[in-house]
Design a binder for this molecule. Structure first.
Ligand code: NAD
Length: 681
């Protein structure tokens, strides 16, 4: 039994209390109970109006997504909404907490909506590869207009009560007792029933609608559900209401069982699971209220912003006064920008400013609950700063390094108690990127890891627990991917061909455009450091070294794999082609052209093989964690569900052969994963 509905009488109003803890998710039991109670109100001559309200703190926060993999059990939501719309009595939705997805569609089936302050409403279905399928696309435009409905539905934006009132998504805000005010509103509508579906959408300029549609298609990468939502919204008013509803429902049903929607549901559940980490029983996170950050560079300033935006007291220490001033300016600029954009209120911005301390004295970190180190990527420097931190930090403070590649245990050896030491691997820009790898060292206690995960959640990040291995989860997989793409340059492809094949697959950017953006020099320095220990049998592509030697360090020098015009637009460069052709000739590799499909297969095989190895070796806890990392940190297309989910949908024999081909092409130093074992684990 998943939930029930209680019919309570408030004078002449039948109040239906939807009760399915913890968030009153829509389920077949709830729908059945709603139909029964609606019929009861309808048949009761003593009741003249109805109210829908949630038990506890929320209305219906969404649907039970586990139902979506199976044929939907009757009665379905449109039947419940039709009963409300067909009722002779007016119905009011009393909203609190969250009214999302099917919950908000149920509210749209009522004659009016009243919300308690703090309520969020919205139709987030597009984030799951489907469209609202119970009238959302047909009714929201009648309240807010088509252009606004396109933006709201395709982005899945959750709208706060005040904004929802301004937009017309709700009709009133409750000032006191929501249930009583909803009942009064319902009584005031007796004899004036006015279903949303019967209203005309507000008059709007066709050009405005067209512009909203174009913008939504572009930001939704023209995925099928985005285009479907736009189509259904645009049809409102030009087809009979019943036809519009039926067409919407048909597309919803098709999309619901599509591979893409299944992949998006996978990543949705994988993100929730990843955020819990290993979660051993009986382990609890320690408390934290303040952050200390050592290093005020690109990452340190970004991490400070992430902490300040969440209201934490934050102290940033750097030995370089110029770095401190740069960080101060960047943090102030970002706070002002966030305030102007409405992401921070004026009071929150003032609190963030008051919460920030910047300075050069390590002793400033003495009071911090969590200390994150973000100095340069050099083991000796990191060990030295942690020895100093250890002297000033509180004995119960959590100590964390933001290293990208270094051995967390080697850094931890600089402190007296490595049990309280972990890696917190933020991504750049740290105030924006959601992914945060929480790295457990050999001696990190389960409590320290649990605190790291809690820190990530408190900063609004997506945590993923990782083991201490070179590159952790993401950078390690990305390195294999980059290697495969470099092999293809030597074998006959050009950077623009590789990039365009991979953006064609769905990556946000191609690997060579990414390399130019982050700068080629960091990897160059790392290759120089590793030169002595490199296996001579391993295939080594010299092209990136040659680019660096030619001063082509990426966008920052105006040239890398591409050259950049004044507007920053990348252009294929004959000089790069010459370097690539010479590199192939030097190795005696005959060049042949590579079709986009082959480029995709080879790049994906490298990713999948390394992803499976990461799980096989226990660096990631579960295949879904790897998917979460690649989707949230590396531009892997979310609608594929991430590399290992995608791998499970492919022809296994071909994929295994492609993985083996990658390992063979690498010459030495790469291992073939037992993909079949990982995909069935
Ligand atoms: P950065 O060069 O921008 O900043 C490093 C800062 O550390 C500088 O301001 C420097 O003055 C300061 N510093 C150096 N020695 C110090 C000392 N002894 N005490 C106090 N401050 C000192 O570097 P970054 O890009 O911010 O990277 C910092 C760390 O984060 C590195 O370990 C890097 O690998 C890691 N990281 C970087 C990225 C990225 O994309 N930039 C992403 C994830 C992790």
């Amino acid at each position: 039994m998943s939930g029930t509905v209680h019919l309570q009488r408030e004078g002449a109003v039948g109040v239906l209390v939807i009760d399915n803890p913890p968030v009153n998710a829509g389920s077949s039991d709830i729908r059945k109970a709603l139909l029964t109670c609606i019929a009861e109100v309808e048949a009761d001559a003593g009741l003249t109006a109805g109210v829908l309200i949630g038990a506890g703190k929320t209305f219906i926060a969404g649907s039970d997504l586990r139902e979506f993999d199976l044929p939907l059990a009757p009665p379905q939501l449109p039947a419940v909404i039709a009963a409300i719309e067909g009722s002779a009595k007016p119905w009011v939705a009393a909203l609190q907490g969250a009214a999302l997805g099917g919950g908000y569609e149920l509210a749209l089936g009522c004659d009016a909506r009243i919300a308690a302050p703090g309520t969020v409403v919205g139709l987030p279905e597009c984030g799951l590869g489907i469209i609202p399928g119970a009238g959302g696309t047909q009714k929201l435009p009648r309240l807010v207009g088509k252009a606004a409905a396109i933006a709201l539905i395709t982005s899945g934006r959750r709208v706060g009560a005040e904004d929802a009132l301004k937009l017309g998504m709700v009709d009133a805000l409750a000032s006191g007792d929501l249930r009583a005010e909803a009942a009064a509103l319902a009584l005031s509508l007796v004899g004036r029933k006015a279903g949303v579906i019967e209203r005309d959408p507000p008059a709007e300029d066709e050009a405005t609608i067209e512009a909203a549609a174009r913008k939504a298609a572009a930001s939704g990468r023209s995925r099928p559900h985005i285009l479907s939502a736009i189509r259904h919204i645009r049809a409102v008013g030009s087809v009979p209401a019943g036809e519009g509803l039926a067409a919407e429902r048909e597309d919803f049903q098709d999309l619901r069982i599509s591979a893409e929607a299944k992949a998006l549901r996978h990543i949705f559940f994988a993100e929730r699971e990843a955020a819990r980490g290993a979660a051993p029983a009986g382990v609890t996170a320690g408390p934290f209220a303040s952050f200390g950050i050592l290093g005020a560079g690109t990452m340190g300033a970004g991490i400070a912003l992430a902490c300040l935006q969440r209201g934490f007291a934050t102290t940033v220490v750097d030995t370089d006064p110029a770095a401190i001033e740069r960080a101060r300016t960047r943090i102030e600029d970002e706070i002002s920008k966030s305030t102007a954009a409405g992401r921070l209120t004026a009071a929150e911005a003032d609190a963030a400013r008051a919460n920030l301390t910047l300075g050069s004295d390590m002793a400033l970190l003495a009071g911090s609950d969590v200390i994150v180190e973000a100095v340069i990527e050099d083991l000796a420097v990191k060990q030295q700063v942690f020895a100093a931190i250890d002297k000033v930090a509180r004995p119960d403070a959590l100590l964390a390094t933001n290293t990208s590649y270094l051995d967390v245990d080697a850094i931890a050896s600089a402190v007296a108690d490595p049990g309280r030491f972990i890696g917190l691997h933020f991504f750049s820009p740290a105030n924006i990127m959601k992914l945060l790898e929480v790295v457990g060292g050999a001696r990190s206690t389960p409590e320290a890891i649990a605190t790291g995960l809690a820190v990530a959640r408190a900063l609004g990040k997506q945590p993923v627990q990782a083991g201490n291995a070179f590159g952790f989860i993401g950078n390690r997989i990305y390195a294999a991917y980059r290697a495969a793409c470099e092999f293809m340059l030597e074998d006959g492809a050009l950077p623009q061909e590789v990039d365009s094949a991979l953006t064609g697959f769905g990556f946000a950017m191609g690997p060579f455009a990414v390399a130019d953006l982050s700068g080629l020099d960091i990897a160059w320095r790392m290759r120089q450091q590793q030169a002595a220990s490199r296996d001579p049998a391993a295939r080594y592509v010299h092209i990136p070294d040659r680019l660096c030697e030619a001063g082509r360090l990426g966008r920052k020098t105006g040239a890398g794999y591409y050259s950049y015009d004044a507007a920053g637009k990348p252009q294929p460069d004959p000089a790069v082609e010459a370097i690539i052709l010479a590199a192939s000739a030097e190795k005696g590799t005959p060049r042949r052209s590579l079709a986009a499909e082959e480029i995709q297969r080879r790049a994906l095989a490298a990713i999948v093989n390394e992803a499976a190895l990461v799980v096989q070796q226990g660096v990631a806890l579960r295949p879904g964690d790897v998917d979460v990392v690649m989707v949230n940190g590396y531009g892997f297309p979310r609608w594929t569900g991430g590399p290992l989910h995608w791998a499970g949908t492919q022809d296994q024999a071909h994929l295994a052969a492609d993985c083996a081909a990658f390992v063979a092409a690498a010459g030495a130093g790469r291992e073939l994963a037992d993909l079949a074992a990982i995909l069935t684990s």
